[in-house]
Design a protein around this ligand. Structure first.
Ligand code: ADP
Ligand code: MG
Length: 267
């Protein structure tokens, strides 16, 4: 039988990530903590989705489920990868290895994928150059500043050319200036590579600068309570921070969030 609804060019593409009624509870019985959900989420190919929410609302739990590091208690989360391209993660504490050189850290994911050493070295070198770290290839991470370490983590994640990039407050430990610089770098990079990204942050500014959309989570158990699309066309730059719409959206998101932070404090 013929498909009565053949795909047309106007159909939205299949999402790269799809969550349906996902929940997560930690522990059992009386001591159980309902950390997350239920949540539904679709992330389209190339889309940059930011999630903001009060502390402890289940953001990291969501990201760990997406990464396959944690199972949902109920519901389903699927990731659709076209080729055998991996999912890459960047965490707040960078997750880089102090006993490996910068070059070996960036090559790490490629080694796991069994990319031939020569090609892996070339790709690692290329990403280090793009992140302004070429001259530190042979150094050990302990010799680097926090911002440089985070660049190593970004280079390592992007070197595997991930289908999906999952980031959990990757810039939270950095000072405001470095944070701004790395936001701008990430903006340029993701607009070049069109990498599908799920980005957790508690910074509204960061979410508005980077995101195609910003999802607001409720206090625990975290559910999505609002979605806003920053009205800035792509390619965009960090200059959107100065736009009146930027300030307006930030206030609006803050109002939504403040209600949830209040809930949490009262609970
Ligand atoms: P967020 O990242 O939004 O700050 P988390 O996802 O880390 O929040 O945590 C959500 C809730 O789940 C918190 O109450 C936290 O204490 C709890 N939680 C997270 N991980 C575990 C775990 N492995 N065991 C027990 N409780 C956990
Ligand atoms: Mg967290």
């Amino acid at each position: 039988m013929e498909d009565p609804h053949p795909p047309s060019p106007s159909d939205p593409p299949h999402p790269k990530l799809r969550a349906r009624a996902v929940t997560r509870t930690f522990g059992r019985a009386a001591g159980a903590v309902h950390a997350l959900g239920p949540i539904d989420l679709d992330i389209a190919p190339g889309e940059f989705t930011c999630v903001v929410g009060p502390s402890g609302c289940g953001k990291s739990t969501l990201l760990r489920i997406a990464a396959g590091l944690l199972r949902p208690s109920s519901g389903e989360l699927g990731i659709r990868t076209a080729a055998r391209r991996p999912v890459a993660m960047i965490f707040q504490d960078y997750g880089i290895y102090d006993w490996k050189t910068v070059q070996a850290n960036v090559r790490f994911g490629l080694d796991i994928q069994r990319v031939p050493r020569k090609e892996a070295n070339a790709r690692a070198k290329d990403w280090l150059t793009r992140m302004g770290l070429a001259e530190f290839a042979g150094a050990y991470p302990t010799a680097l500043s926090g911002g440089m370490r985070q660049r190593v983590a970004i280079a390592r994640a992007l070197a595997v050319e991930p289908e999906i990039l999952l980031m959990d407050e990757p810039f939270a430990a950095l000072d405001a200036q470095l944070r701004t610089i790395l936001q701008d770098e990430l903006l340029t990079l993701t607009q070049t590579t069109r990498t599908t990204t799920l980005f957790i942050t508690h910074s509204l500014e960061e979410a508005i600068v980077l995101g195609d959309r910003v999802l607001v989570m409720s206090a625990r158990p975290g559910r999505f309570i609002a979605e806003r699309r920053p009205p800035f066309p792509r390619p965009r730059s960090g200059q959107v921070r100065a736009a009146p719409e930027f300030t307006a959206l930030k206030s609006e998101l803050w109002e939504l969030l403040r209600a949830e932070v209040g809930t949490e404090a009262a609970a």
